[in-house]
Design a protein around this ligand. Sequence first.
Ligand SMILES: C[S@@+](CC[C@H](N)C(=O)[O-])C[C@H]1O[C@@H](n2cnc3c(N)ncnc32)[C@H](O)[C@@H]1O
Length: 229
Amino acid sequence: MHDDLAAGGLFTDSRDNQHTLGAEGKLVWPASEILCQYICHLSHTHPNLFRGKKILEVGSGQGLVGMTASLFSSSPPILTDYDEDAIELLEANLSRNFKDDDAGRPITTKLTWGDEKSMDDLSKKHGDHFDFIVGSDIVYYRTAVVPLLQTVRRFLTPQITRKVEEGSVFILCNQRARLCVNHDLFFDTVKELGLHIEETNTSQISLDSFLPPDKIPLEKTHLFLIFRQ
Ligand SMILES: C[S@@+](CC[C@H](N)C(=O)[O-])C[C@H]1O[C@@H](n2cnc3c(N)ncnc32)[C@H](O)[C@@H]1O
């Protein structure tokens, strides 16, 4: 691990690549900052929660969330996106933050939500089960809502107790305004796919981290725990 990462800093190259990427892949989106905070919070309240667990990030973009998760897991998280330019940028971000031989260096791979071949390829390489699936600001394109939830369902294992500490949970952080326009479709699909959703109170998240509190848009953000029943 690079010294800067060990010291608590993560680099992302966003602006240099704006000319090569679509709008969504070129930014670190606001919900990702909240999700990073929540991952740090969980790892304080439940030490070892992520240690040795299988972690999948969907719609990674710049990869800040997956890189943060890697700080608390001894096995490499799998960071995915469907945009090859985004994956290239993601690899560059990983190179800035990890050494090639770091055991916890995240692995990147292409994953297109709802695409059977893409999901089969991920299964072949990394198995059908993940303990944690994480995603930030990924509910926005209406046509992607159903494929996203189908993908998440496929890689979750049914969980009866609905406790985050027992794993197989999708932790989704999303700007309210973006989810709002897809509200009915999102919640209807959650129900149709046999998923259980609960909202987590963001006020529990400690804000003593790398962002000033007034820059963290807590009140504009949903934080959901989603389990497969
Ligand atoms: C708004 S960006 C959020 C990126 C990152 N999670 C963040 O919070 O900074 C959404 C990401 O989802 C990816 N994405 C959108 N549709 C997708 C799909 N159908 N399959 C896989 N990835 C997709 C985009 O390429 C983009 O990187």
